[in-house]
Design a protein around this ligand. Structure first.
Ligand SMILES: Nc1ncnc2c1ncn2[C@@H]1O[C@H](COP(=O)(O)OP(=O)(O)OP(=O)(O)O)[C@@H](O)[C@H]1O
Ligand SMILES: [Mg+2]
Length: 348
């Protein structure tokens, strides 16, 4: 049983019942979820309707989903959107941009530009579709206190005039045909509108971060019928708190378990709301044995299997950055180059 699975969290399960369940091998949510009410009722000396309640709660918690038809899966996949980085080489590398309904992991050493990427995507997600945006809003879970509204403003300013003007119309800060990229009042109104569409929450520790991901699901689903539905969930950084809090070797398993749950929650937000999930991850700067290979992202295998797209950012000369796609499904590995400038991520 994982540490997060306390049987006493199930409705009507006290210490005695929990003990009986465990003695009889019902020691995980998953095991209980697939039991029959009769079986459970006999095992734990409880009524069948209480047993049914317990099973239902365990099913929800274990997230043993039902089956869906191939047609439903296809329909959902047809909704997948691609969010531009605003960098041609990177968009090409990704087959159009960051995908919704997927987790994209951006990893690299300090100063590589991971936080720049999350800021840029929070702006780009709000652009008109014809400019590579998703006409949506963003949720930004900030665990390192890196979110800077000033940076967002610079990245709005860094857009081409045509993009800026079409975005002004999309955001309703200018009438159709009236938008003017050089109009200060319009520009200010656009910046305000863009900032308004980024829901930022600071995560104070890993447990708080996990809670925020659950909260993100609520916010994202609430917005789906509105204008600018949530189309991006960024977590910057995914791993910093986990890394700082679970330091001993003995805590590695628990850390991975929690990270795994967290990623699962994030994936759910992506799947259920057609949202792109972008997480950042550090690489260890010193090759200590705990974190292993310094060029490998923190989090080990679990993260490797969950993130569908993995992007390795590497510093190059000056503002130049190498963007490398690593182990993506259905896409060849490859590299692109970008610059991190005052106006944001730019073509080389
Ligand atoms: N306003 C700006 N104008 C130009 N370049 C900037 C600006 N702000 C940040 N940068 C560039 O971005 C770099 C910082 O990148 P960023 O903060 O995204 O790194 P990171 O990968 O998130 O690092 P960490 O692991 O420390 O969080 C700076 O070193 C600088 O090169
Ligand atoms: Mg950062």
């Amino acid at each position: 049983m994982s540490a997060s699975e306390d049987l006493e969290d199930l409705p009507g399960v006290g210490p005695a019942t929990a003990e009986k369940l465990k003695e009889n091998g019902f020691d995980s949510y998953q095991g209980i979820a697939v039991a029959s009410p009769g079986e459970l009722s006999n095992t734990a000396d409880i009524g069948e309707s209480s047993a049914a309640d317990i099973i239902n709660a365990a099913r929800d918690a274990a997230d043993i989903g039902g089956f869906e038809t191939g047609a439903t899966v296809l329909e959902r996949r047809e909704q997948i959107g691609k969010l531009t980085w605003g960098v041609d080489e990177v968009d090409d590398l990704l087959g159009g941009g960051v995908e919704t309904q997927s987790i994209t992991e951006v990893y690299g050493e300090f100063g590589a530009g991971k936080s720049q990427v999350t800021h840029q995507l929070a702006v780009n997600v709000q652009l008109p579709a014809e400019h590579g945006g998703l006409e949506g809003s963003a949720i930004f879970i900030d665990s390192e206190d890196t979110f800077r509204p000033e940076r967002i403003e610079q990245m709005v300013e860094g857009q081409d005039d045509e993009v800026l003007e079409d975005t002004m119309e999309l955001h309703g800060v200018a009438e159709e045909g009236e938008a003017d990229a050089t109009d200060e009042a319009m520009f200010d109104a656009l910046v305000e509108s863009v900032l308004d569409k980024i829901h930022v929450a600071k995560a104070f520790n890993s447990n708080h971060q996990i809670l925020l991901a659950e909260k993100a699901q609520e916010i994202a689903s609430e917005t789906q019928e509105e204008e600018f539905p949530v189309r991006l969930l960024a977590v910057d950084s995914l791993t910093a708190h986990f890394r700082a809090e679970y330091v001993g070797r003995g805590e590695l398993a628990e850390r991975q378990q929690k990270l795994n749950k967290h990623l699962h929650d994030l994936m759910r937000v992506g799947d259920l709301n057609n949202t792109a999930v972008v997480v950042t991850n550090q690489v260890a700067s010193n090759p200590d044995s705990f974190f292993g290979d310094p060029t490998q992202p923190i989090g080990g295998n679990i993260l490797g299997h969950t993130s569908t797209f993995r992007i390795y950012l590497r510093k190059s000369k000056g503002d130049k950055r190498i963007v490398k796609l690593v182990d993506a499904p259905n896409l060849p590995d490859g590299e692109g180059v970008m610059r991190v400038e005052e106006g944001g991520l730019m073509n080389e």
